[in-house]
Write a protein that binds this ligand. Structure first.
Ligand code: SF4
Length: 251
């Protein structure tokens, strides 16, 4: 399958109409992989400015100064909250540790808990398709969750669990220094932005992640999009906004 055919397949998975796909086809013919009139290929041309240290609301876990290996080891043996009793394994995160894009979801589900990797299964496949629709392979981004352990029966994370686990994610953000954070789903967006505003109102605009200066864009969770395919159009718009935001940040 050619690159063009692959991209059209990804756009179809995103629920993008044929007229939009033809834009992508035209762009692909010209050597671009972007499906939108706006340039959509994101390459990290420069070293990003160092992100400011992020302070946890409840810093129960001192992970400052830990490198990737030490941090991952710390997470793997963590017992800071009750979720350690029901997990199969921790789900630390995966991907490019120098990525421009940091994708943050909610928490491991059943498949993630079994495999130790975020966003696997059907939702993960759709996330991959969403990324590929804007010219990104899964391995080019870093993917993590708010929680490193699965809540039983996939219930929403409790506030105390989020606060216990937050230092790990904040240290990951410090280490990656991403150019952009894509918060997927209500739980991720609300916790990262420290708000109760519905996801439908958080998406579609550029936020800033706390005091770091890192732009944050919220969008729907792929699992929700699988249940509500009519919303894929909005997720596509969010991805295009993310592409434009990152490009403008790099100029
Ligand atoms: S969810 Fe986070 S804080 Fe709770 S046990 Fe797992 S790694 Fe530790």
């Amino acid at each position: 399958m050619t690159t063009r055919e692959q991209q059209l397949q990804y756009l179809e998975a995103m629920g993008i109409q044929a007229w939009t796909a033809r834009h992508a086809e035209a762009a692909a013919v010209e050597g671009s992989v972007e499906p939108d009139p706006e340039p959509a290929v994101v390459v990290a041309p420069e070293t990003p400015a160092p992100a400011a240290p992020v302070t946890s609301v409840l810093d129960t876990t001192d992970v400052s100064g830990l490198d990737w290996e030490m941090l991952e080891a710390r997470v793997s043996e963590c017992r800071q909250c009750d979720l350690h009793t029901s997990r199969t394994r921790t789900v630390f995160g995966v991907g490019n540790r120098n990525a421009d894009w940091l994708v943050i979801g909610e928490a491991p589900g059943h498949d993630e808990d079994q495999q130790g990797e975020p966003f696997v299964g059907r939702a993960g496949q759709l996330l991959n398709a969403m990324l590929q629709a804007v010219g990104l392979q899964r391995g080019q981004v870093y993917i993590a969750n708010i929680l490193k352990c699965r809540p039983p029966n996939n219930r929403d994370p409790k506030t105390e669990e989020v606060l216990c686990c937050e230092p790990y994610l904040l240290r990951q953000i410090e280490l990656i220094q991403p150019g952009l954070i894509l918060a997927v789903g209500r739980i991720a967006a609300q916790n990262l932005l420290q708000t109760q505003t519905p996801i439908g109102k958080l998406r579609g605009e550029v936020h800033t992640f706390r005091d770091t200066g890192i732009p944050l864009i919220a969008t729907y969770h792929p699992a929700y999009l699988l249940r509500s395919p009519a919303e894929k159009r909005k997720a596509w718009q969010d991805l295009q906004l993310a592409v434009r935001t990152l490009r403008e940040r790099r100029q």
